[in-house]
Unconditional design. Structure first.
Length: 527
């Protein structure tokens, strides 16, 4: 019986699958097992090359090769692949030239209740996925040449591939996304799926260029910390992007904050009827400090508090304005401040978000700039939920306040020159002793358990190993013909932005910033 099982294992058929874009359209992809080369077939409109190879087994080492019309090998992977489980008879969808399909990323400690939705088939940060647009090349090129045209949108179809998924979408509207990234040669993109053609129940996703982050991973690390401390936020994963089979770049794919996000994350999948949702406001296009200016929506500048959707009893920002009025009338000396705010706001979640905001040095966020956040009024609890967004300007790049800046000086006090106010911080965290004590306890707990070198460095190293080849691939793409600030990066600059250096108060690099900020907080806060 054992001999028969062994024989069937040795002579089993194995299916090999790899995502690949041959350098020459006439070339093909094959798999080399031992000294023999077996052709693979391109699958439909996807970039997956696959075939069942008879007479081999999962114990045989293999590698993928590119062959020309005469079946001559013109490119070969410089490493050997092996099945981790030799009893398997099929590979996942691998990627040509990338040895590891999955990455073992050390997890951060979950110190508060995990509020993430159920694991997604596509937002899986243990692997790098691939998107290929099938788009009118002239229209695509024209869009990239006019990044500041916010009305310019084009139609495309796409295929998304990761280790286990091949997904086609035919009705996609593609546009340039973001604000500051429009000034760079590498821009962020927005994908809107129309009709029933959604992207795994997400009608909108963003492909964030991370063009302002030489370490590439700051935004992903911020998401990790928010997840660990139980603050709701968009989930993301890395993706290689091609257009008509040509390299376009390496991006962070993020879900957008809209109705599906609210249903899956804030309601934990318990609400399917959109009419039963509460109110969602976006504050990202201008400073939105939550300062009461009058009882009517017309008292506020357009697009400052932008209504994404509102419940029937919150038309005209009625409940949002009432929240800001309560904030204006609140006196920091109130002895019942915690009770007062627990009836209006997910207070502890907000304080955790602010602790991460300060710890990461997020200088383009709510505390420092008064924008890049959402507020959601939960219809069952009648509490407002604070949701951070656009997290790339964080983990101090060296030209921001030093790591030893106390949180009391993270923003100026009301009345300082050029400062319009941030009363939800200054009245609660700065002004009320009970809430301040809550905040400092949270700040110290997060620092002890999550935001320190011992916890964060292994995660950072995991990301570095996972993405370094794709970062190098991205940096090699010629964008010199595109408008905007030159995107001139090198792999050494990527490593340097992670490892960094310290010179006086100037700290460059993610790792030393975390180390110094953590040491400062533990030495000065909540002792």
């Amino acid at each position: 019986m054992g001999l028969l099982a062994l024989a069937s294992s040795v002579f089993a058929d194995v299916t090999y699958s790899v995502v690949a874009f041959p350098k020459d359209p006439a070339n093909k992809i094959a798999v080399q097992v031992k000294d023999l080369i077996y052709p693979l077939k391109l699958s439909d409109e996807s970039p997956v090359w696959s075939a069942k190879v008879p007479g081999v087994s999962g114990s045989n080492p293999y590698r993928y090769v590119e062959v020309d019309r005469s079946n001559k090998v013109v490119a070969r992977e410089d490493f050997e692949r092996r099945f981790k489980d030799s009893s398997k008879s099929a590979t996942p969808n691998e990627f040509f030239g990338r040895k590891d399909t999955f990455s073992a990323l050390p997890e951060l400690k979950q110190i508060y209740k995990d509020v993430r939705p159920k694991p997604s088939k596509v937002f899986d940060n243990t692997q790098v996925a691939t998107i290929n647009f099938k788009v009118d090349q002239a229209a695509f090129d024209n869009m990239l040449q006019h990044p500041k045209d916010r009305l310019l949108k084009i139609k495309t179809s796409l295929v998304f591939v990761n280790a286990d998924v091949v997904h086609y979408s035919k009705n996609v509207t593609l546009s340039i996304s973001g604000n500051s990234s429009r000034k760079r040669q590498k821009v962020s993109l927005k994908l809107k799926f129309t009709g029933d053609d959604t992207f795994f129940d997400r009608p909108i996703i963003k492909l964030r260029s991370e063009a302002s982050d030489m370490a590439v991973m700051r935004e992903m690390l911020y998401v990790d910390v928010l997840n660990a401390v139980g603050v709701p936020t968009s989930q993301g994963s890395w993706v290689r992007v091609y257009a008509n089979g040509k390299p376009h770049g390496f991006f962070l794919m993020m879900e957008d904050i809209e109705k599906p996000f609210v249903k899956t994350t804030l309601h934990h999948g318990s609400v399917s009827d959109s009419t039963k949702l509460g109110s969602l406001y976006q504050m990202g296009k201008a400073e939105a400090p939550m300062i009461y200016q009058g009882p009517s929506a017309s008292d506020y500048k357009p697009n400052v508090y932008e209504t994404q959707f509102a419940s029937p009893d919150d038309q005209g920002m009625v409940k949002w304005i009432a929240f800001m009025k309560d904030l204006q009338d609140f006196k920091s000396s109130d002895r019942d401040a915690v009770t007062f705010w627990n009836k209006r706001l997910e207070l502890e979640s907000f304080l955790r978000a602010m602790a991460v905001d300060y710890l990461t040095g997020a200088w383009d966020s709510f505390w420092a700039r008064g924008h890049n956040y959402f507020m959601y009024l939960h219809p069952q609890t009648n509490l407002w939920q604070f949701i951070p967004s656009d997290l790339d300007h964080s983990f101090n790049g060296g030209d921001r306040p030093a790591p030893n800046l106390p949180y009391q000086k993270w923003i100026p006090v009301e009345g300082s020159q050029g400062f319009t106010g941030r009363p939800l911080v200054t009245k609660l965290i700065y002004g009320n002793q009970d809430i301040k004590k809550m905040f400092e306890t949270i700040l110290r707990t997060i620092t002890q358990d999550v935001f320190n070198s011992g916890a964060m460095d292994p995660r950072i190293e995991g990301y570095k190993t996972q993405i370094e080849k794709d970062v190098a691939w991205d940096y090699a793409i010629d964008r010199s013909h595109l408008p905007g600030d030159p995107f001139t990066r090198t792999l050494p600059s990527f490593y340097s932005a992670i490892k960094g250096s310290v010179s006086g108060d100037k700290v460059k690099g993610v790792k030393p910033y975390i180390n110094l900020r953590a040491k400062y907080v533990l030495a000065t806060v909540g002792k």
